[in-house]
Ligand binder design. Structure first.
Ligand code: OGA
Ligand code: MN
Length: 299
């Protein structure tokens, strides 16, 4: 049909032109898009310049939207909790200072991760729109966990297939700087367990499901599990598995969290604004599966 799909990397990631995401796609277009998502896992839509409402409406086609946690005493900048503020701006549009909690929280995005793996119901598709982009740096890097699985030595495949990993937001927060959550925070965001190796529903390919959120591998000493995780993340993020997206204003990038990892890269974030907004469709089969989590007390 009308889409032009151009691969951006030998293994995954493609750019798609010929669709306006501000309009609801018809069934044929939706099927074509779904096919592109299943195959390429990271799909770039250049020049969309989407508004908040259209971004939410498009994301909702794929699942209920995750809600951004509230930070007490810090009013949100964006008008809907379905919009994750991935910017370095405060509620008045000013660049947040180095020590701002919101900035520290977003620094967690610099670790390799997949969105929402610390929840029982993780994220299916994240959609990130670029409103203001700094002059240099701040690429987002993506890695294909299906290609990484395919390339693993057989002995490693045998060692990890069938293993379960426990993921927690507090593990990745602690890696940043030793943050210790309160018992209230622990209750609000408990850990979740997922198989280390899964089958990606869209492509039917086996995939690693790993992230810096992993606290331990069930049935393994914590240290051994962490060493294994480190080895897997290093392997899976070798340059041949990574596509780095250089942002242009108006870009939208959609990624499939079930078979990729991603991370933010540094930029002069106290000198230049970066305004990015994320919507996240949760990975639910049945809408009734999803229960809104309680409001989080602190980031
Ligand atoms: C995210 C994320 C990376 C970036 O929004 O989930 O990890 O480059 N963003 O902002
Ligand atoms: Mn992320």
């Amino acid at each position: 049909m009308g889409l032009t799909i151009k691969p951006l990397h030998p293994l995954f990631a493609a750019s798609v032109i010929g669709v306006d995401l501000k309009r609801p796609p018809d069934a044929a277009m939706l099927a074509e898009l779904q096919q592109a998502f299943d195959r390429h896992a990271v799909v770039v839509f250049p020049g969309q310049f989407i508004d908040n409402e259209s971004q939410m409406a498009f994301s909702r086609l794929f699942g209920p939207l995750e809600l951004m946690p509230l930070v007490p005493g810090k009013p949100p900048r964006l008008p809907h909790r379905e919009l994750f503020d991935v910017s370095n701006l405060d509620e008045n549009g000013r660049i947040t200072p180095e020590t701002d909690e919101r900035r520290i929280y977003n620094l967690g995005n610099r670790l390799w991760h997949t969105d929402g793996s610390f929840r029982k119901i993780g994220a299916r598709y994240s959609l990130l729109s670029a409103h203001i982009v700094p002059p240099s740096g701040a690429d987002t890097e993506f890695a294909d966990m299906r290609a990484a699985w395919d390339a693993l030595p057989e002995a490693m495949k045998k060692r990890i297939d069938g293993r379960i990993a426990e993921h927690s937001i507090w593990t990745s927060r602690a890696k940043l700087g030793g943050y210790v959550p309160t018992s209230q925070e622990l209750r609000a965001r408990p850990p979740a367990r997922h198989p280390l190796v899964r089958t990606h529903p869209g492509s039917k390919r086996k995939t690693l499901y790993i992230a810096d959120h992993v606290s331990h591998i069930v049935g393994m000493p914590v240290e051994e599990g962490q060493a294994l995780l480190r080895e897997l993340i290093e392997f899976a993020t070798r340059p041949e598995f990574v596509y780095a997206h250089r942002w242009m204003p108006g870009d939208i990038v959609l990624w499939d969290n079930r078979c990729t990892m991603h991370r933010a890269t540094p930029f002069d974030d106290t000198g230049h604004p970066r305004d990015m907004r994320r919507t996240t469709a949760l990975d639910v089969e049945e809408p009734g599966e999803w229960v809104e989590e309680p409001v989080v007390v602190a980031p």
